[in-house]
Ligand binder design. Structure first.
Ligand SMILES: Cc1cc2nc3c(=O)[nH]c(=O)nc-3n(C[C@H](O)[C@H](O)[C@H](O)COP(=O)(O)OP(=O)(O)OC[C@H]3O[C@@H](n4cnc5c(N)ncnc54)[C@H](O)[C@@H]3O)c2cc1C
Length: 264
């Protein structure tokens, strides 16, 4: 697809964030929105995500955003026809110390204030929700029935399809090389295939956002950090559709997927 000479908004980056912005601008009725991805959609961090959809967050805005995302992803497959792998299998977060339990209670109170369904549960309830888990050192935990998991690549493709259906142009294989400015604001971008004039330039470059921001003289305080997970072989007798399990005292999360466990 050729790049246009002009657009109302240019979004830089075709990860889940850029595609979500494109989708939401389309929903708001914006015309002439262009998303530029230097390689292909999801090729950045999005490709690696474990796909956990979690609503228990540290701040009010993150809680509201996470609750909204969970609700959006629930209906996205039906809206776009792209299978997202979304499962509302719930999540259990376990505290191994009184201090952690106190922290969970505080987060739960904030989540409840924003309408997130969340229950405090004891060790025996944890075990009934997660059969096979050893709970003799657990103080307690919280259960979020509407948390879940999804395939991050397909969620992004679904958002991209929804955006395209709303008239957004998504162009892959185009790298933004500079940001044009006048009177202290962005007026467009230079790409490896020529310039685009724009009223708005959106930096959705993920871990590259810092270098993209620097092209416009903006310091984006982002630094990439390492995060990895392992996936086991198939485990005989594993209960299907286990909830997502988090044990923050051990810095660990567990996701059941097709008879295997992803541990991150
Ligand atoms: C191992 C791992 C597990 C994770 N698990 C989870 C999880 O379970 N749940 C969760 O919510 N989050 C998880 N995350 C975090 C999540 O993956 C990221 O927050 C999310 O993918 C970031 O999306 P993004 O769109 O901001 O960035 P990216 O997906 O990195 O997208 C940025 C895009 O910008 C493009 N780009 C960069 N520079 C330019 C340029 N100059 N011109 C054009 N395009 C450009 C890149 O090619 C890239 O595609 C995990 C992350 C990792 C690493």
């Amino acid at each position: 697809m050729d790049i246009p000479a002009k657009a109302r908004a240019v979004i830089i980056g075709g990860g889940v964030v850029g595609c979500s912005i494109a989708y939401h601008l389309g929903k708001l009725g914006w015309k002439d929105v262009v998303l530029l991805e230097r390689k292909q959609l999801t090729c950045g961090t999005t490709w690696h995500a474990a796909g956990l959809i979690a609503q228990l967050r540290a701040t009010q805005n993150m809680t509201r955003l996470a609750k909204y995302s969970q609700e959006l992803y629930f209906g996205l497959e039906e809206e776009t026809g792209v299978a997202t792998g979304f499962k509302r299998n719930g999540s259990v977060t376990v505290a191994l110390t009184e201090e952690r339990m106190e922290e969970l209670r505080r987060s739960a109170a904030m989540a409840r204030a924003f309408g997130v369904e969340i229950d405090e549960i004891g060790p025996s309830d944890i075990q009934s929700r997660y059969p096979g888990l050893k709970v003799d050192d657990a103080v307690g935990g919280v259960w979020l029935p509407k948390d879940g998991q999804a395939d991050p690549v397909n969620i992004t493709q679904a958002l991209a399809k929804g955006a395209r259906n709303l008239g957004v142009k998504i162009i892959q294989g185009v790298k933004v090389t500079d940001i044009h400015q006048a009177d202290g604001r962005a007026t467009g971008v230079m790409t490896d295939q020529g310039p685009i004039e724009a009223d708005y330039v959106v930096n959705a470059g993920g871990m590259w956002a810092r270098e993209i921001g620097a092209k416009a003289g903006v310091a984006v305080p982002l630094h990439a950090c390492e995060h990895f997970y392992i996936v086991t072989e198939g485990i005989d007798g594993l209960t299907p559709n286990l909830p997502v399990l988090r044990v923050p005292d051990e810095c660990a999360y567990y996701k059941e997927d097709a008879g295997k466990i992803l541990l991150g």
